[in-house]
Design a protein. Structure first.
Lengths: 247, 229
């Protein structure tokens, strides 16, 4: 286990492995996106209440799921990084942060676009929208902290503590926002959609969710490879790669 | 013997920090003035209508308290970091969490407590009823220590960053949202004459949680950032 972790955690080995895996992941997410979008946009029936505009959920819901998933993944990297001091965790968490922030922004933007025909307004202080907004602030805070510290090691360990504090706080924030929303619930919003979802809509939704996961993984590996090259630019293996023209 | 030492470091640091605060009053008076001015800007901005002011009073006072607390937090570890005493505290054999608790308590006594003392004035300015004022007092009493503890986590993280004040607010304000929500809810519920025990106990629970957990995070953050000046 330990030899494996150290082998896997060494930048050179990870760089090569990620390079080998990534084309397959790319092919996989393109196939999944194609299937999911075809089933969702063409095959799935029109909703009798919301018409075709409901189809945005095939992007909105997966990106909202990803926004929370990525934060938890970063917090796991933070714990591993603080406890076992694996160098790679810093690279992976740093590469994840803009991706997570983008998923959160995508969830907010698509939610807002969906809200316009459904609620008649671009933004309502809905409990879930508000939680997403706060999550976006948490991502931006982490990225700002990383950018503010010149020393890479200090920046990562400080960021890791912030991530752990954030992950303890997220359930509390989520609960308090839910509670705040029920307290202030505006009368203009009606409960949307049917209580259960039909399989013809659920299947493309799940395919899209998997597609988003693979997409994230693939982008994460690319970004992590670029970050590794930058950090290890003075080492021999990177310079040999550059000299042999493989970069 | 050991227990006594632990306690003496607590009282020692508390006394030292209070003495420092008394000798440099601008550090804690300025955030207080900011609080007062920020609140009095709202009637000027939204109009002097009594009913509307009463309605927005809890939110306005609490948001201003939050911002004032963030302004004040920046100075919590900075002076100690710059003159090297923070490093001495980190390498001393005394428990770091005790030192931190003493520093946070001292800081709360000079920045949080005056907010509470000022609250009657603000209640009058914003047209709160007597019941509303009692509720506000209660929430400030329970809530400002939470802000101090959360703010201390941020202050510890950014202590080595030059001009970290804005960054501190960026990091900590999202984490303070639950306090804001529950505290304003208490004042609003009290204003319409309903029972407030539920929300007050939730605030108490948040306080208990932050008193127990945040010293660990603060100590961890200081070990990362506070070492070399």
């Amino acid at each position: 286990m330990w030899t494996w972790a150290h082998k896997f955690g060494s930048p050179g080995y990870f760089y090569a492995l990620a390079g080998k895996v990534n084309p397959w992941l790319t092919a996989l997410y393109i196939a999944l996106f194609a299937t999911g979008l075809y089933l969702g946009l063409v095959v799935a029936p029109t909703d009798y209440q919301q018409g075709d505009s409901y189809r945005i959920i095939f992007v909105h819901v997966p990106s909202a799921w990803m926004s929370m998933f990525v934060y938890v993944v970063m917090a796991v990297f933070a714990a591993i990084g603080l406890i076992w001091r694996l160098k790679l965790t810093a690279v992976l968490a740093k590469a994840s942060a803009p991706l997570g922030a983008s998923f959160t922004f995508l969830a907010l933007a698509t939610g807002s676009i969906w809200g316009k025909p459904m609620w008649g307004t671009w933004w309502v202080w809905d409990a879930r929208l508000t939680s997403e907004l706060i999550l976006l602030f948490l991502y931006l805070g982490f990225m700002a902290l990383q950018a503010a510290m010149p020393d890479r090691q200090t920046a990562w360990r400080a960021g890791a503590i912030l991530l752990l504090v954030g992950v303890v706080n997220i359930p509390i924030i989520h609960f308090s926002v839910d509670w705040w929303y029920t307290l202030h619930q505006p009368a203009t919003i009606t409960k949307l959609g049917a209580p259960s979802i039909h399989p013809s809509m659920l299947v493309p939704l799940l395919i899209m969710a998997v597609a988003f996961k693979v997409f994230y993984l693939s982008l994460l590996l690319s970004r992590a490879r670029a970050e590794i090259l930058h950090r290890e630019r003075r080492t021999r293996w990177v310079q040999e790669l550059a000299r042999s023209g493989q970069l | 013997m050991r227990k006594q030492q632990t306690f003496s470091i607590f009282t020692g640091i508390l006394r030292r920090d209070l003495k420092l605060a008394v000798r440099a009053p601008s550090q804690w008076i300025n955030p207080l003035l900011f609080f007062l001015i920020a609140v009095s800007l709202f009637p000027l901005g939204v109009g002097p209508e009594q009913n509307m002011l009463r309605e927005i009073a809890p939110g306005v006072i609490w948001v201003a308290a939050l911002l004032a607390a963030m302004l004040a937090q920046d100075s919590l570890f900075r002076a100690d970091f710059e003159d090297g005493s923070l490093e001495q505290m980190l390498i001393s054999s005394r428990p770091m969490s005790m030192i931190i608790m003493a520093k946070v308590l001292a800081h709360w006594l000079v920045t949080g407590l005056p907010l509470i003392v000022l609250s009657p004035v603000l209640s009058i300015l914003m047209g709160l009823s007597l019941v509303g004022w009692w509720a506000l007092l209660l929430t400030l009493l329970l809530g400002t220590p939470i802000l101090s503890l959360l703010g201390a986590v941020g202050a510890a993280l950014v202590v080595s960053v030059k001009r970290g004040g804005v960054l501190l607010s960026l990091l900590v304000l999202p984490l303070c949202i639950p306090v804001l929500i529950f505290a304003t809810a208490v004042v609003q519920t009290a204003g319409v004459g309903l029972a407030i025990e539920g929300q007050v106990s939730l605030l108490g629970a948040l306080l208990a949680l932050s008193v127990t957990l945040s010293p660990i995070a603060i100590a961890g953050a200081l070990r990362v950032t506070g070492g070399a000046a």
